[in-house]
Structures are given as C-alpha cells and as structure tokens.
Design a protein. Structure first.
Length: 167
C-alpha cells in the first residue's frame, strides 16, 4: 500500500539549553519576541491544554490557536483556526542534545485539505503548501535561535520576507 506523509517537518539546532528554549516558546504572547512575521500575539496564558492565543501577522492575516496537547518542558501541539474554522495542527518538540544545545522540531499537518481527492491534495501539498510552510518555519526557527542565543528581539522580516505572512 502506498503511504504518503501529508505533514511537513522542519528542525533546527539551537545553541541554547532546552529549558531556555521551552521557557521562550511558552511565554504568553511571546511570539512577538522571536517571530519575524508576527505583528501582535495576545494571550492570557500559555501553559497547558486549553490555552489560547491570537496572532496577527504583518500581512494582516489573523489566526486563533489552541493548545490540545502539553508535555511540560518538551512539547506541545496546537490547532490553528481562521475565522473559527480549523486549518492546521502544529507540533513543537524540543530535544536536548547536550547541556547547551537542543533541537527544535515543528511538524505541520494541513487538516483543511483532507476532504479533497488524493491527486488534488498531493499537488496542493507538494507544489504550494510544503514550499510555503517550509520557508515559513525556517524563518521562525532562525528567529527563535537568534533570540535564544542573543536575547535580542527579532525585527520584522529580519531573515527575509514571506509571500503570505509579510507586509
């Protein structure tokens, strides 16, 4: 049987301890510290299942996110909604390499296309979605690494622009 993976993953080694990276990605509203495409990130809490936030990109696109899985210190999964409709599922995994280095892995599952016939899903994923989101995640990982390693907040489009999320 043919097995096609409809998710995409991007990983990056970060020269910072796993706990420090965890602390950064779990600060309520903290995306604005390291995310090069986020104009505003608002959240009352970001510490367990059920936590919710709202993100506004420089391009004007807005999403609501909700944590659906939480593994303290190492991982969380969230569902991303646009105008109340579930669009994608994103997982964050931090793997310690040594005391001063870790690896961040993000996996995206594009849920909104599941109802499409396989040939259409495949073409959409391979030709449009995977290239766009791989580029997006690489920029976000660069921003997180920069912030974790220097303590300096990332600027808008600091590592290049993005055709969907940049202004």
């Amino acid at each position: 049987m043919f097995n096609y993976d409809e998710s995409l993953s991007v990983e990056k080694e970060i020269a910072a301890p796993a706990k420090k990276v965890w602390d950064i990605i779990t600060v309520p509203g903290g995306l604005s510290l390291f995310h090069p495409f986020i104009f505003k990130n608002s959240s009352e809490s970001w510490n367990d299942v059920g936590s919710k936030d709202h993100v506004t990109y420089y391009s004007g696109i807005e999403y609501d996110r909700e944590v659906v899985k939480w593994i303290e210190g190492t991982a969380y999964d969230l569902k991303v909604y646009e105008k109340g409709k579930h669009k994608i599922t994103v997982s964050f995994r931090i793997i310690p390499i040594d005391d001063q280095t870790c690896k961040l892995i993000n996996t995206i599952k594009v849920d909104f296309i599941k109802k499409l016939p396989f040939p259409v899903r495949w073409a959409l994923l391979e030709l449009k979605i995977k290239p766009l989101f791989t580029s997006y995640l690489c920029h976000v990982h660069k921003g997180l690494a920069y912030y974790a390693e220097t303590g300096n907040q990332v600027k808008q489009n600091q590592f290049g622009s993005h055709p969907v999320f940049s202004k």
